[in-house]
Write a protein that binds this ligand. Structure first.
Ligand code: FES
Ligand code: FE2
Length: 368
């Protein structure tokens, strides 16, 4: 397992950006969730008053009790009806200090007088979008400098929303996963794609891949592949959203969030436009979409299998006929360094790139 320092990516161990930390359905208003990302423990819960999601640093400033670890025995939890969530606040199970969604302690039942200002935990910027909870992680402590990932088709009833596939932990640095956005040379041998046209573009916080061709993995239930056009974009360092037009119109989301320095958690998810072309997706549509999601997961598993076995690529032997790995690695550095340096990296990587010998991408011709 190699670290950010080994890859010489930048000053910060963990990147700035929006990161998925849970599925929305994992949170009810009864059970806080202990989660760990960016080498830190957090308490995640849904407020009972507003339904809003709150993310706090996990450990109570009093005596370092975990605010969200499962607890069945404290009277704080028993008297709370089996939960320590109270309105939009959370009680520490040990001595019952209460913390608001802003992370400030606003009640200590046995203490008269002022509550010290130090009685607080950090409250993080969180949003819910596309059925997931996202945190804005920022080593500089700044406000988000781009929007939380979203997919407009998510609320359209013609689209079938697949469940999140939890792909679990990967003991690799996220650099290995992000390299995939420009890995032209792996598409045929790993995924069985017959790539006809290909290009990458880096711009601001987005890294995009456009390609088209046939595919041996991403096929329908009949085992047949239509020619696939894919527009795949990293929105910041941790989430990739891909628009695919092939067998079906599809939106694919792959999200990865660092857990420790050199490991990450990965989710995969698909949104499929009604295969039967219905305005409201039917049960039959849902069955076809589920089969297609399984194919898509298998395509991703082809990458995953290699990632679980490979050594860290600290110095690759890259060829001009490979995709623009070095440009992608410079693009990725913007998230591991102070904002003040961002332009410096963008000046070195922004632009459109076609591997030597490949044909640049063009949009599909509109049907007559
Ligand atoms: S440790 Fe949290 S209230 Fe004492
Ligand atoms: Fe891949």
């Amino acid at each position: 397992m190699a670290t950010t320092k080994d890859y010489r990516i930048g000053e910060y161990t963990f990147p700035r950006g929006w990161f998925m930390i849970a599925e929305s359905t994992e949170l009810d208003t009864h059970k806080p969730l202990a989660v760990r990302f960016f080498g830190k423990d957090f308490a995640l819960y849904r407020g009972r008053a507003t339904g809003k999601v709150v993310l706090l640093d996990a450990y109570c400033p009093h005596m370092k009790t975990h605010l969200a670890a499962p607890n069945k025995t404290s009277y704080v939890v028993i008297d709370g009806g089996g939960t320590n969530i109270d309105g939009d606040s959370i009680h520490c199970p040990y001595h019952d200090w209460r913390f608001g969604p802003d992370g400030k302690c606003d009640n200590i039942p046995y203490h008269q007088g002022e509550i010290p200002a130090a009685a607080c935990v950090k409250s993080w910027i969180v949003k819910e979008s596309v059925g997931a909870v996202w945190v804005w992680h920022d080593p500089e402590g700044g406000e988000p400098d781009y929007d939380c990932p979203s997919v407009p088709e998510y609320d359209d009833p013609a689209w079938v929303r697949g469940p999140y596939d939890h792909l679990g932990m990967l003991n690799q640095h996220p650099q290995e996963v992000v390299d995939n956005i420009c890995d032209y040379g792996h598409l045929n041998p790993i995924h069985g794609s017959f790539v006809e046209r290909y290009e990458n573009e880096f711009k601001g916080h987005n890294a995009t891949q456009r390609q088209c061709g046939g595919h041996r993995t991403l096929v329908g239930a009949d085992g047949v592949s239509a020619k696939l056009h894919t527009h795949t974009t990293y929105h910041g360092p941790g989430v990739l959203i891909s628009y695919l037009t092939g067998m079906f119109e599809t939106v694919l989301l792959i999200s990865h969030t660092p857990v420790e320095d050199g490991s990450l958690k990965v989710w995969h998810w698909l949104l499929v436009k009604s295969p039967g072309k219905n305005a409201v997706a039917t049960r039959t549509d849902a069955i076809t979409a589920a089969q297609y999601q399984e194919s898509s997961k298998l395509a991703f598993a082809q990458d995953f299998e290699v990632w679980t076995q490979k050594a860290p690529c600290l110095n690759g032997l890259f060829l001009p006929s490979d995709g623009p790995f070095m440009k992608a690695r410079i693009w990725y550095k913007q998230f591991y360094n102070p904002r003040a340096k961002r332009q410096e990296y963008l000046d070195q990587c922004e632009g459109l790139y076609v591997p030597r010998g490949a044909t640049p991408y063009t949009e599909p011709k509109a049907a007559a």
